[in-house]
Design a protein around this ligand. Structure first.
Ligand SMILES: [Zn+2]
Length: 426
């Protein structure tokens, strides 16, 4: 048993659906009690300390104790090529991504980059990530081994590609099925690890491969499925040429059993009304990757319209098509993208997307992402005055959200005062 003191922030409802004041509980002098890796109590500091008088106390002062951030879409193998200059999606994949991903058959390289990835994400307060690996089973082994050593809740899967990819990065329909099944059986549910069936996206999978992975998901509906959807206009046109029998991009996945609850659809920017309806009806999650969408010039995700329609939406960095490991920077980019569509997202909505919202999109909404009894004690402690520029603005704040918003817009890893994984400080 231990107690952490600081400001505490708990979402009791989705701030896109409920008024912010009703959705959020804030304690200016709060406490979180933790035992055996889980949160056992959250409330006013005086009450919690009185309830557990023997528990050791760590005082984080005025810092904000938040759930750790949940990054719902990343490519850990792209860690070393983040912020590579130029071009559009398909050029970017060919110029930077594929040459780097070709190195991940080497277990030593994969382990080195996986370790570096978790060092960087933890330094940024991210305690759960859902990552693509490469086509190499070694890349999945490296990710899970490094996550397991750190005690993290983490999810990933072997990226499958058997068309329109370099020969060095191509599997087959059968090997994609076999390798994915073996990795799933080996890792899913071990400690806090989760397997994710991962066709990269429609253009790099044959119809046979998509169907094989749809069959695997049918056999293992307990795991998530992740892929990319409708990121750029050129890509959508290409999908139309490759799959003339499909009604639209969503239908390419739908007709082979790759659409349903637990399908994580990365980007989902340029959707037809039919696609929107079908995604919601199927219970798929849409994963917004705003720094990636501006960096690669993909377009502006319709947060307001999709929230109003009742979609499940998560927030993600899309490292390294995204330009930052920081979910703070990602929240800022989500704010900016929404502004370009005429909507000012409330800071509470941004924070919810980066924690409870993403957790819900991963079907982990009752496990991580919320500061409440029974949830896993993965926490980020946020310094709301981490730089002189932020501190002088926050000093003027009269409300919690006025104090938090400068850190959303200007904060980075310097704002992460402490990180706890399963109740242990890292
Ligand atoms: Zn991606």
């Amino acid at each position: 048993m231990q107690i952490l003191l600081g400001q505490t922030l708990t979402f009791e409802a989705d701030p896109f659906q409920a008024p912010v004041d009703a959705a959020v509980r804030h304690e200016a002098r709060g406490a979180v009690a933790i035992d055996a890796g889980r949160i056992v109590a959250v409330g006013p500091a005086d009450e919690i300390r009185a309830a557990y008088p023997a528990a050791p106390v760590t005082d984080h002062g005025q810092a904000l104790i938040s759930p750790g951030f949940v990054d719902a879409h990343a490519h850990y193998p792209q860690t070393a090529i983040i912020a590579s200059w130029g071009k559009r999606l398909i050029d970017w994949l060919n110029s930077y991504t594929f040459p780097e991903e070709a190195r991940f058959g080497d277990p030593a390289h994969a382990a080195r980059i996986a370790a570096r990835y978790f060092d960087l994400t933890l330094a940024n307060g991210t305690t759960t990530a859902v990552s693509y690996a490469t086509i190499h089973p070694e890349s999945v082994e490296a990710f899970f081994a490094q996550a397991q050593a750190r005690g993290l809740r983490a999810l990933a899967g072997k990226t499958c590609m058997d068309e329109n990819a370099p020969a060095t990065l191509s599997d087959t329909a059968q090997s994609a099925y076999d390798d994915s099944k073996r990795l799933l059986e080996r890792w899913h549910g071990v400690d806090r690890l989760g397997y994710v069936i991962t066709p990269r996206f429609a253009p790099t999978s044959s119809p046979d491969q998509l169907a094989a992975l749809g069959s695997l998901w049918g056999e293992h509906p307990e795991v998530l499925m992740q892929t990319h959807l409708s990121e750029q206009h050129e890509e959508i046109a290409w999908v139309g040429e490759l799959f003339p029998e499909a009604r639209d991009y969503v239908d390419v996945y739908d007709r082979v059993g790759l659409l349903g609850p637990g399908a994580l659809m990365g980007h989902a920017i340029h959707l037809s009304p039919r696609e929107r309806d079908r995604l919601r009806e199927a219970g798929a999650s849409l994963i917004h990757c705003p720094t990636s969408n501006t960096f690669i010039g993909s377009g502006l995700f319709d947060m307001e319209g999709l929230q109003k329609q009742g979609h499940l939406i998560g927030l993600a960095t899309d490292t390294g098509g995204g330009s930052s490991f920081s979910m703070l920077r990602t929240m800022a980019a989500a704010y900016e993208v929404a502004q370009l569509r005429g909507t000012a997202l409330h800071p509470a909505q941004l924070w919810w997307l980066a924690t409870a919202g993403s957790a819900r999109a991963l079907r982990l909404g009752d496990t991580i992402g919320t500061l409440a009894p029974g949830f896993e004690a993965d926490l980020a402690v946020i310094d709301l005055a981490s730089t002189p520029a932020i501190a002088q603005r926050a000093a003027r704040a009269e409300t919690l959200w006025e104090a938090v918003f400068p850190t959303i817009m200007m904060g980075d890893d310097r704002a992460i005062a402490a990180v706890y994984v399963g109740g242990a400080r890292v």
